[in-house]
Design a protein around this ligand. Structure first.
Ligand code: NAD
Length: 244
């Protein structure tokens, strides 16, 4: 691991122990050790498409079947994934704190599956399907939808219940996340490249409020410069060390 293991870990542990109110921001990296690929790491390409060209409203308008094909591929990978030691450490941390908010950019549902309770999903949920005509929303947990693109009972075309690039986040969710960051003493940013806004903007908000920020990521990110402590290693190894 690329950090001064003992000293940095000990500092981060003591901050976590002392804080009554903690907010955690997770990104795709926390699920990497569960076998769910991140967007920006090695297999960021699917059939030669970049994810930026698929996870957009324009892509869906142009070719809904292609976008659903990609979501079926992702659903199949996520369906067999299990929460890892990082997800589980966050469950343990939640049980020990009077205020704990888990803000996630992930759509894979692994935090719930692990047992986390107070979760704000900034970017929706891959198992949700939403009608583009009447806005009805329903859960469909089949790994791969047999008929794509699916349709609603009203006849409208249905889309994945996620937030795409260029779309606004649900106001209630981002407002609650901002409030949780402001009212927490500590923000832990785990497995996020910290470049997708407005999620990444929660980190400078924490700093502007004088909160302590801990980062967990094998790589340097824009968060590393802001964090009071950057622990450069995998979440599944570091989080259990911080929480036990
Ligand atoms: P990202 O793909 O941009 O970045 C992932 C980050 O995780 C990188 O900084 C990488 O260094 C780090 N990482 C890799 N392995 C790690 C590990 N073992 N432990 C800790 N960190 C590790 O992801 P992002 O910042 O979440 O933003 C991209 C967007 O992609 C988000 O909107 C998210 O909704 C979406 N996404 C979600 C999933 C999912 O639900 N699992 C998967 C891919 C992308």
């Amino acid at each position: 691991m690329g950090f001064d293991t003992n000293e940095d870990l000990a500092r981060a542990r003591s901050w976590i122990q002392a804080a009554d109110a903690i907010a955690v921001l997770t990104g795709a990296g926390i699920s990497a050790e569960s076998g769910v690929p991140t967007f920006r790491d090695a297999d960021g390409l699917w059939r030669n498409f970049r994810f930026e060209d698929l996870a957009t409203p324009e892509a869906f308008e142009r070719d809904p079947k292609l976008v659903w094909d990609w979501y079926n591929f992702r659903r199949e990978r996520i369906a067999t994934a299990q929460p890892n030691r990082g997800h589980k450490a966050l469950v343990a941390l939640e049980t020990r704190k009077s205020e704990f908010t888990l803000i996630t950019q992930n759509v894979d549902g692994l935090h719930e599956l692990a047992g986390s309770k107070n979760i704000l999903k900034l970017h929706g949920d891959i198992w949700l399907v939403r009608c583009t005509k009447c806005a009805a929303e329903w859960v469909d947990r089949r790994p791969s939808l047999p008929e794509i693109p699916p349709h609603c009972l009203c006849g409208g075309l249905a889309r994945p219940g996620v937030v795409w690039f260029g779309e606004p986040l649900p106001k209630r969710v981002i407002d609650e996340a901002t409030q949780a960051v402001k009212s927490s003493q500590l923000l832990i940013a785990v497995g996020t490249s910290a470049i997708v806004y407005p999620a990444a903007g929660l980190i400078p908000i924490a700093k502007a409020q004088g909160r302590t920020v801990i980062e967990i990521n094998p790589d340097e990110t824009p968060c590393s410069d802001m964090a009071d402590c950057s622990l450069h290693g995998p979440a599944g190894e570091i989080l259990p060390l911080l929480v036990t």
